[in-house]
Design a binder for this molecule. Structure first.
Ligand code: GLT
Ligand code: MN
Ligand code: MN
Length: 390
């Protein structure tokens, strides 16, 4: 029997070297899985089947202290693995958080030498990404933040971050890289407080940049849920601003640390409305599963984890189609929505005549308040569709 939920490269699903290559290390325990080389990780993704692309931080591919020869060797093995698996490099990014030099931030560090090093490291990482054809360049400011706000003027920090991005946009343009920059927010962890805590912060910040057209966002499910926010609404804000350049899909219990669970593993209803939003609005970018397998997983289970992320997305895509075609849902949506071109037209474009007409109208508040809004029924039907009751 054909599998309706088998991914293909056309679905544009991607994984990071650091996600399927995650060794299971956490703040309390040592690794539970062997460290794989970048080429071995690509081979593993080939075994998963249907994966479009792979993403990396500069140092996921080339260790920070690798010699020139080591670097060439690693890159050549990686290139061979990409060729044999037909997996593409989709996105690249910079590790500006692991090295102790970045303990107080990278672009926002109080130390000018650290800031210059961070910009240099990013330029080199952009070169590396471009060498492998990456189209999107992500900025996640893992250490851009504070534990005590006495340490930095937050406005000065923002200025430093802006200058770095303006500079790096010019670098991308000058080198002809054609990168789309995607800024990724997170409220805390590893810093006590991180600047640009949410996707909304970044959407506002982008408008202050010199090359704002080439900069968008990379929202991550877990990060907005850590902040107690509705992720679907954050993604919608990015989509409607034309700024959804990339997306990090995973899952997360509210109020916990950054769990990076398999997509859909926790909150199937949020995941459903997210997939529905992306599909309804024809998001055509990469869908990156920035998640990792449970610490208990072995290699075979890591493969199951990766398959599960994609399969859940595709099942939810089918559920979204069914939801839209469901007779009862359609009936309810019809009942809920009360369109009127005349009324909307009155305030759809300003004119003095329209303003006067509106000011002169009388509205029946009682009638408006008593029209039925059967959202209980709609939500129950949604849950039934999700639970497989046809
Ligand atoms: C890190 C972080 C992720 C970011 C990655 C990109 S690294 O794993 O938790 O959310 O997307 O730098
Ligand atoms: Mn995360
Ligand atoms: Mn992420």
């Amino acid at each position: 029997m054909a599998d309706d939920f088998a991914p293909t490269p056309k679905d544009k699903f991607t994984f990071g070297l650091w996600t399927v290559g995650n060794t299971g290390r956490d703040p309390f325990g040592e690794p539970t899985r062997a460290r794989l080389t970048p080429a071995e990780i690509v081979d593993l993704l080939g075994e998963v089947e249907g994966v479009h692309g792979v993403n990396f931080h500069d140092n996921d591919l080339v260790p920070i202290d690798a010699s020139a020869e080591q670097s060439e060797q690693i890159k050549s093995e990686f290139a061979k693995a990409l060729k044999r698996t037909k997996i593409k490099v989709a996105m690249a990014t910079t590790n500006l958080f692991a090295d102790p030099a970045f303990r107080d931030g990278a672009f926002t560090s109080n130390d000018a030498e650290v800031r210059a090093y961070a910009v240099q490291k990013t330029m080199r990482a952009m070169d590396l990404g471009a060498e492998f054809g990456a189209q999107v360049y992500v900025f996640w400011g893992g250490r851009e933040g504070t534990e005590t706000d006495g340490s930095k003027d937050p406005i000065e920090a923002e200025l430093r971050f802006r200058k770095a991005l303006d500079f790096l946009c010019e670098y991308s343009i000058e080198r002809g890289y054609d990168y789309k920059f995607a800024l990724e927010a997170k409220p805390n962890e590893p810093r006590g407080h991180m600047y640009f805590a949410t996707t909304g912060h970044y959407l506002a910040f982008i408008q202050t940049l010199k090359h704002k057209d080439m900069v968008g966002v990379n929202p991550e499910v877990a990060h907005e849920h850590m902040a107690g926010l509705n992720f679907v609404h954050g993604v919608a804000a990015a989509l409607s601003a034309g700024k959804l350049f990339h997306i990090d899909l995973n899952d997360q219990e509210f109020g916990r640390y950054d769990q990076d669970f398999r997509f859909g593993a926790v909150n199937i209803k949020h995941a459903f409305f997210l997939v529905k939003l992306l599909e309804d609005h024809k998001y055509a970018g990469f869908k990156h599963f920035d998640a990792h397998a449970y610490r208990t997983a072995d290699r075979a289970d890591v493969i199951e984890f990766a398959r599960g992320c994609m399969r859940t997305y595709l099942i939810l895509r089918e559920k979204a189609r069914r939801w839209g075609a469901d007779d009862e849902v359609r009936k309810l949506l019809k009942q809920i929505n009360r369109p009127s071109k005349d009324l909307d037209g009155l305030w759809g474009g300003y004119s003095r005549a329209h303003a006067e007409t509106l000011l002169g109208m009388t509205f029946d508040r009682g009638a408006m308040a008593s029209r039925p809004l059967p959202y209980e029924r709609l939500d129950q039907r949604t849950m039934e569709i999700l639970m497989g009751i046809e």
